[in-house]
Design a protein around this ligand. Structure first.
Ligand SMILES: Nc1nc2c(c(=O)[nH]1)N[C@H]1C(S)=C(S)[C@@H](COP(=O)(O)O)O[C@H]1N2
Ligand SMILES: [Mo]
Length: 159
């Protein structure tokens, strides 16, 4: 089975999960119906808190970098309580792997993101095509747009 999501960097227990692995992870870290937590999102996911509990970052103040190799996109955000407590990685839809049209192999979502380019936790941080989460001590790779032109180009690309 294909690996959908890898977690590495400064963690005690790095992971490489297939759909089956993800589905077999403990109930406590599953969000079986993401819509209950984030109304405009669908699917089954893992809580970011649960993922971090499993991989055990080896430092306290870390950065979380979400990598999407499909379109070579990345977003790096500080591990603050809001993102840890509310972030979800969606990995399945109707019992099957999340298709690329829905942002698969996995997709990171946060509730109520700020408008793109306004804050660290903005809509752009809702990384689609997520296949790797990396834990670092400093800001990692971040390809999010830094101006309106870049942002518009990104939106032209994805439709
Ligand atoms: N991999 C990847 N993720 C991405 C983007 C992208 O271009 N590539 N665009 C971002 C931007 S700018 C926005 S506004 C949201 C849009 O996703 P949504 O329509 O599902 O909210 O995805 C974000 N995640
Ligand atoms: Mo955006």
């Amino acid at each position: 089975m294909t690996t959908l999501l890898t977690i590495d960097g400064l963690v005690a227990s790095p992971q490489a999960w297939t759909l089956q692995d993800l589905q077999s992870l403990p109930q406590e870290i599953q969000a079986p119906n993401v819509t209950e937590k984030i109304p405009d999102r669908k699917g089954a996911g893992l809580t970011l808190q649960g993922i971090l509990d499993l991989v055990q970052p080896t430092i306290g103040d870390f950065w979380i970098t979400f990598h999407a190799s499909h379109d070579d996109f990345a977003s790096s955000i500080p591990a603050d309580p809001t993102v840890i407590e509310t972030g979800i990685v969606i990995y399945a839809l109707d019992g099957a792997a999340l298709p690329v049209e829905k942002g698969g192999p996995t997709r990171f979502v946060i509730p109520n993101p700020a408008a793109c380019q306004t804050e660290e936790l903005d809509e752009c941080a809702n990384v689609k095509f997520l296949d790797r989460i990396e834990i670092t001590s400093e800001r990692g790779r971040d390809t999010r747009p830094t101006n309106d032109e870049e942002h518009a180009a990104l939106h032209d690309d994805d439709h």
